[in-house]
Design a protein around this ligand. Structure first.
Ligand SMILES: [Zn+2]
Length: 97
């Protein structure tokens, strides 16, 4: 049996006990969205590990600044909501001048 080839396909999966963050073959992915991109570890640190992480946290970027934070995301969402509201106001003004 060709068991050697199968073993080469095995994935290493590491999970942060503290944050629940998952690394597949050493690359961090966001567990909810499976998003994976450069600097995602830094975003993870800003969003989760810097607040919740302790010595159990295995994120190599824990404690580093520069990633996204909830404050940044809240600002982004506020801006998006305002843009949508402005658009609705414009529509309203067109329909009910
Ligand atoms: Zn962590």
């Amino acid at each position: 049996m060709e068991s050697k080839e199968v073993s080469e396909l095995s994935l290493s999966r590491t999970e942060c006990e503290k944050c629940g963050a998952i690394w597949i073959n050493g690359k961090h992915i966001f567990s909810g969205t499976a998003a994976s991109y450069d600097n995602s570890e830094l975003d993870l640190a800003g969003l989760v590990c810097n607040k919740l992480g302790n010595e159990q946290c295995i994120n190599p970027k824990k404690g580093q600044d520069g990633g996204q934070t909830w404050a940044y995301r809240a600002g982004f969402v506020d801006g998006a909501i305002k843009a949508k509201r402005d658009t609705l106001d414009d529509l309203n003004n067109m329909i009910n001048p």
